[in-house]
Design a protein around this ligand. Structure first.
Ligand SMILES: [Zn+2]
Length: 401
C-alpha cells in the first residue's frame, strides 16, 4: 500500500574555511593552497553549482572573521559591526545594555615598558580564571566588570562607557614599547590606570611566580582593546524564515551566531586549531540538522596554518575539511530535496605576510544552474565572472527559490 511521501524541509548548510584563500605559492609549484589540495567534494559543488568571488569584507573595514561572518550570515558589516569584543561577550553570554561598552581583555606578558607576549604563553584557562578573578575582586567597580573566558581571552564591560577611544591589538605590537599604543582619547585615563594597576596586582601573584620558575612567561597584565557597544542584529529566523545553529570553536564566530539568535553549542573535540577534530564538527552539524534547517560550520584550521606560514599544513587543513566535513554533509543533503550547500573562505589569510587580507573570496553553492567552474579555488572562481560586490547578499543564494 502506498503511503503519502514524508515531506522533508530543505536544509541549508554553509562550510566556512577560515582564511583558506591565498596567493600562488612557490613551495606548491606556483599553485594556491586551494588549487594544490585534493578537494573532490568542494570541486564537485563548484563544477555543478554556482561559483564566483564575493567581497565579504567591505573596503573600509579590517579583514577578520568577525566582519566576514556577519556578512556570510546576511548582515551588512558596515551597518551592524560594532567591534570584536561585543561578539566575544555574546559568546560568553555576558549581558550588554545599550549604553555598555565591551572591551577584549587579554592577559599579556609585559615587563612594564615592553609588551613581550600578547597571549602570556597561551596561559591555561584554569590559571587565567584565578587571575581574572583577582582582577575582578580588586579592580571592579559599579561601572567596570571583568568576565573570564578561555586562555588569555577575557572581557571587560564598562557600563555607560566610551567606545570612542583608540586601542591597539596586542598581537600587533609584540616586542615593542607599550607607551605609544596605550588607550588614547576619551576615557584613556581610566583605561590606562586599570592596565597599570593590573600589572601591580598580577606580577607578584603566586601563579606568576610559579610560571617564572617553570620558565613560562607570566600573565602579569591586562591589555584592553577591540571595544564596542552591543551588536544588535535582526534575528536570522525573522530574516530568513528558518531557525539555525553555528558549529564553531572560535568565540568570535559563536558570538556572531548568538547575536543573530542562532544556537551556538560548544562541540566536544573542536578546538579551533590544527588538531581540531574535523569529524566531530561534521557529526555535530548533522545532529543539529535534525532540529534546524540551517547550520553554519566554521573551521579555523586553514587560517591557523597561514599564521604559522605553512603551505603544507594549509593544504592538509583544506583536504581534511573536504574529506571529513564537505563530503559527509553533501552526502547527507542529497537525500533532502532542494537542500543547498555553500562552501567558501571567509577572508584571505596570506602565507607570505602571515596575516589577513581583504581580496574577494571564492565561494560555491550547490543546487543552482552550473557556472562550470573547473574547481573550488581562487582562479576558477574568478574565471566564471560571477562577482558579488555586496558579500552579505551571498546568503540569498542559499535561500533563493
Ligand atoms: Zn586569522
Amino acid at each position: 500500500m502506498d503511503r503519502p511521501p514524508v515531506r522533508l524541509r530543505p536544509k541549508r548548510v554553509v562550510v566556512v574555511m577560515d582564511g583558506a584563500a591565498d596567493e600562488p605559492q612557490e613551495e606548491l609549484g606556483g599553485l594556491t593552497p586551494l588549487q594544490a589540495a585534493q578537494l573532490p567534494h568542494a570541486d564537485a559543488i563548484a563544477r555543478d553549482g554556482i561559483c564566483g568571488l564575493a567581497k565579504t569584507v567591505p573596503d573600509e573595514m579590517e579583514p577578520g572573521s568577525d566582519v566576514a561572518t556577519l556578512a556570510i550570515l546576511g548582515y551588512d558589516p558596515r551597518r551592524y559591526h560594532t567591534g570584536r569584543a561585543p561578539l566575544e561577550a555574546a559568546s560568553l553570554k555576558v549581558p550588554l545594555g545599550r549604553e555598555d561598552v565591551a572591551f577584549r581583555c587579554n592577559l599579556v606578558t609585559c615587563d612594564g615598558s615592553v609588551l613581550l607576549d600578547y597571549s602570556a604563553g597561551e596561559v591555561s584557562t584554569d590559571e587565567a580564571h584565578v587571575l581574572i578573578g583577582m582582577i575582578e575582586q580588586k579592580l571592579s567597580t559599579r561601572s567596570v566588570q571583568f568576565y573570564s573566558g578561555i586562555s588569555y581571552r577575557h572581557i571587560m564591560v564598562w557600563r555607560d562607557g566610551s567606545a570612542e577611544v583608540q586601542t591597539t591589538p596586542p598581537h600587533d605590537i609584540m616586542g615593542r614599547p607599550i607607551e605609544p599604543y596605550l588607550p588614547h582619547g576619551d576615557g584613556e585615563d581610566m583605561l590606562r590606570q586599570l592596565m597599570f594597576d593590573s600589572l601591580e596586582i598580577l606580577d607578584s601573584h603566586d601563579i606568576n611566580r610559579r610560571r617564572r620558575d617553570e620558565g613560562k612567561p607570566p600573565a602579569n597584565m591586562i591589555w584592553l582593546w577591540g571595544q564596542g557597544r552591543a551588536c544588535i542584529l535582526p534575528p536570522f529566523a525573522v530574516e530568513r524564515g528558518v531557525t539555525g545553529a553555528v558549529v564553531a570553536a572560535v568565540d568570535l564566530v559563536r558570538g556572531v551566531g548568538e547575536c543573530a539568535g542562532l544556537s551556538a553549542p560548544k562541540v566536544e573535540g573542536a578546538t579551533g586549531n590544527l588538531e581540531t577534530d574535523f569529524g566531530a564538527k561534521a557529526e555535530a552539524a548533522l545532529a543539529l540538522l535534525e532540529r534546524y534547517d540551517f547550520v553554519l560550520i566554521h573551521v579555523e584550521a586553514p587560517d591557523e596554518a597561514s599564521h604559522q606560514g605553512s603551505p603544507e599544513r594549509k593544504v592538509w587543513a583544506a583536504e581534511q575539511i573536504d574529506k571529513h566535513i564537505v563530503g559527509p554533509v553533501a552526502e547527507h543533503l542529497r537525500a533532502v530535496p532542494e537542500s543547498r550547500l555553500m562552501i567558501l573562505a571567509d577572508h584571505y589569510t596570506k602565507i607570505s605576510t602571515r596575516t589577513h587580507a581583504r581580496e574577494p573570496v571564492p565561494f560555491a553553492v550547490s543546487g543552482h544552474p552550473r557556472d562550470e567552474a573547473e574547481g573550488f579555488d581562487e582562479q576558477s572562481a574568478a574565471q566564471t565572472g560571477r562577482f558579488l560586490e555586496e558579500g552579505w547578499r551571498l546568503v540569498e543564494l542559499l535561500f533563493a527559490g
